[in-house]
Design a protein around this ligand. Structure first.
Ligand code: ZN
Ligand code: ZN
Ligand code: ZN
Length: 157
């Protein structure tokens, strides 16, 4: 079976560790480390696979990336293939966001990957950089920004 580790996130506690029994003047402020740019962020999985009870971290949440995962871990749940490699029929999405299994029928591992990437993981969505509302389509975002975005409308008012 797979053995995957979540990386320990590298949070550090500032200021600790210099109390070696040396009395510190109550008004002495130890030099604070620069609270500048967050250091290198520990790589962390972008999402966890919720297909069935999988729970494996997905490091690639694009359609092709999910497809690879599905083929590796959930091949039995993919639509069967004919001898010529064509997908036959469809199989249902077993992704469970917590509200029950999705059950959307997809006709191939590729379609499942794309479906999961866009529907369940929100990839490829367009985000309004002003108010961070997100949209499934570019034209919906454009309309939002032209007419409805509360931030942009505030600027124009
Ligand atoms: Zn999985
Ligand atoms: Zn689904
Ligand atoms: Zn907006």
């Amino acid at each position: 079976m797979s053995s995957y580790n979540f990386h320990q996130y590298g949070y550090q506690t500032y200021g600790a560790g210099n109390s070696n029994g040396v009395p510190v003047h109550p008004y002495y402020m130890p030099p604070q480390p620069q609270a500048a740019a967050p250091g290198p962020v520990a790589p962390q999985p972008l999402a966890l696979c919720r297909w069935g009870h999988c729970g494996v971290p997905l490091d690639d949440v694009t359609g092709p990336g999910i497809k690879r995962h599905l083929q590796q871990y959930h091949a039995a749940d993919m639509p069967p293939k004919s001898s010529s490699g064509q997908s036959q029929g469809s199989s249902e999405c077993r992704w469970d966001d917590g509200a029950g299994t999705c059950q959307t029928e997809c006709r191939s591992a590729v379609a499942h990957g794309r479906h999961i990437s866009t529907v369940h993981l929100g990839q490829g969505r367009k985000v309004c950089t002003f108010c961070s509302k997100n949209f499934s389509r570019k034209d919906a975002l454009k309309r939002h920004q032209e007419q409805y975005c509360p931030v942009l409308q505030g600027y124009y008012a």
